[in-house]
Design a protein around this ligand. Sequence first.
Ligand code: GNR
Ligand code: NI
Length: 172
Amino acid sequence: MSVLPILTAPDPILKTKAKRVELVDDRIRTLMNDMLDTMYDAPGIGLAAPQVAVSERVIVMDIGRTEEDREPLRMVNPEIVWASDEDNTYEEGCLSVPSHYSDVVRPKSVKVHYLDETGAAKEVLAEGLLATVVQHEMDHLDGILFIDHISSLKRNMILRKLLKAKKEALES
Ligand code: GNR
Ligand code: NI
């Protein structure tokens, strides 16, 4: 049970392609549980390991609406094996891009292959909000943020503001 610090952009770790996990062991299971603690604390509906400074292909999600019916999803080495032709637009945010939101267009549904916390191979058809979130989290594993899907004008404006906020936090 640990809430970990969340990196914010700009940060080189958030731009780095994460490494595949070779073995789903206690270290990975502890990482996933700490990521869930961090995600619920934030609060957020998804979190990727690079956001907590671990450059490995691990993501967690929970799109449950209440604290009572939590349904955590833990995925290791996720891969999209099918994506719908139909797209969907969703206003995205990111714990690593605090206070900024933008419409992002992505496939409406995706089939994702992954390893669960026991190392077993699984497949899930993600639709609706889960489709958006799983693609957002998988982007993090490739060093991609939602702002990389919007216009460079808007992206650079957001990055300038985040950098300024970081500098001011250092000075104070
Ligand atoms: O908590 C989050 N909400 C969210 C809303 C719309 C699209 C994607 C997300 S994921 C985000 C948490 C996060 O930054 N995960 O990487
Ligand atoms: Ni994010």
